[in-house]
Ligand binder design. Structure first.
Ligand code: AAL
Length: 370
């Protein structure tokens, strides 16, 4: 145990420095992190076309970009209820994100949104993206616009492997040109057990991304294109009370690829949807939903090796960060406001707006915060 100073004892309220509890021993080892990494969220309804609409799924909002005084967002859109896998998967919708296209909306104030229409649609029958294109992210770079998104080819079985596609345009309004082939695929080193359409029965699980590559998010970092993504593993287990979900990154010199998966993958041990942003010459990430490090903000100087900076209260899911904000001044500047989605029920989800704020005082009404 490092030598305990009088300031440590006073600040941590330790009564008997010669009798340290396990908790006090841990507290003495905490890094000197300021409050700037800690905060909490509030979520609000949107107005206009992105307000909840019975019968329509709008979910997994992309980051927001600002062009010509307007905000833009892209999202998964489908209609009708979800039937699941029990009946005829060739007629039914197996997930809310099945049979989706990618639509976009614009807003002048980030509260009232106008649905502009479809940006990227599903491909022709037999294409890798013929069943659904969903969960998009946007990168504006050097006057061009890049959408990365998930794709699935029919039939949408339980064991089907999702991939990632990319589309590009000279304007946020499109028109969009889609990649002929996926730019990212799951690892092929898992082995299914038997023929039953069951994703838990495996001979070998394979890499963390042996079943699905999801939530692609493209950042331009250190003069290269970093494609962050969520992996789902064949034979997925429940661990630490949640799904075994890890993040990876694939890197390219060219926005259209080829993307090479980092040998350091997985670069997280927890998480779900990807929420990453450039911060202080490195990359910050909000890890949510699953795993022992869920609800943490992490930062890396190299975009690969992330360290925990804070634990926060429940974070909104499927965050679309606001790329128009000045985010370098402090970690929570990135969370001033942005978009998220919420489940109204298992069939329909809708997009909402979050506001993040740092926690710096806790006082009663009328009390002086000191
Ligand atoms: C989301 C994302 C991906 C998954 C599904 C739709 O939260 O993780 O996009 O496929 O759920």
């Amino acid at each position: 145990m490092k030598n305990i100073t009088k300031e440590d004892v006073d600040r941590l309220g330790i009564s008997h420095p010669d009798k340290l509890s396990a908790a006090s021993k841990r507290a003495l080892l905490w890094p000197k992190i300021g409050n700037e990494w800690f905060g909490e969220f509030e979520v609000f309804d949107l107005k206009g076309d992105l307000a909840y609409e019975e019968g329509v799924v709008r979910r997994d909002p992309s980051a927001i970009i600002e062009e010509d005084g307007k905000y833009f967002v892209w999202y998964s859109r489908s209609v009708g209820p979800t039937q699941g896998f029990a009946n005829d998967i060739n007629k039914d919708k197996v997930f809310p994100w099945d049979r989706c296209d990618i639509w976009f909306a614009t807003s002048e104030d980030g509260w009232t949104w106008k649905e502009e229409g479809m940006a990227v649609g599903r491909g022709k029958a037999g294409n890798y993206d013929d069943r659904s294109v969903f969960t998009a992210e946007i990168l504006a770079h050097n006057g061009k616009y890049y959408l990365t998104y998930q794709t699935v080819k029919s039939p949408y079985t339980v064991r089907v492997k999702n991939q990632v596609g990319i589309a590009w345009a000279d304007s946020p309004y499109g028109p969009w040109t889609k990649s002929e082939e996926p730019i990212l695929s799951p690892a092929d080193n898992g082995i299914w057990l038997g023929e039953e359409d069951n994703r838990f029965k495996v001979v070998k699980k394979g890499d963390f991304d042996s079943h699905k590559v999801h939530d692609p998010c493209l950042l331009y970092f250190n003069k290269q294109f970093y494609l962050y993504y969520k992996g789902e593993q064949m034979g997925e287990e429940i661990t630490f009370g949640g799904r075994q979900i890890r993040h990876g990154v694939a890197i390219s010199d060219n926005p259209l690829g080829p993307y090479i998966k980092s040998p350091y993958n997985p670069i997280s041990n927890s998480g779900h949807e990807i929420c990453v942003w450039p911060y202080q010459k490195g990359i910050a990430t909000l890890i949510t939903t699953d795993g022992p490090e869920k609800n943490t903000i992490q930062w890396s100087s190299d975009g690969i090796n992330f360290e925990i900076k804070s634990v926060i209260k429940d974070a909104p899911h499927a965050i679309g960060l606001n790329r128009s904000l000045e985010v370098d001044k402090e970690p929570w500047a990135a969370f001033e406001w942005g978009l998220t989605h919420q489940y109204m029920n298992d069939d329909y989800q809708y997009i909402r707006r979050f506001h993040g704020r740092r926690v710096t005082t806790h006082v009663a009404k009328g009390e002086n915060p000191g």
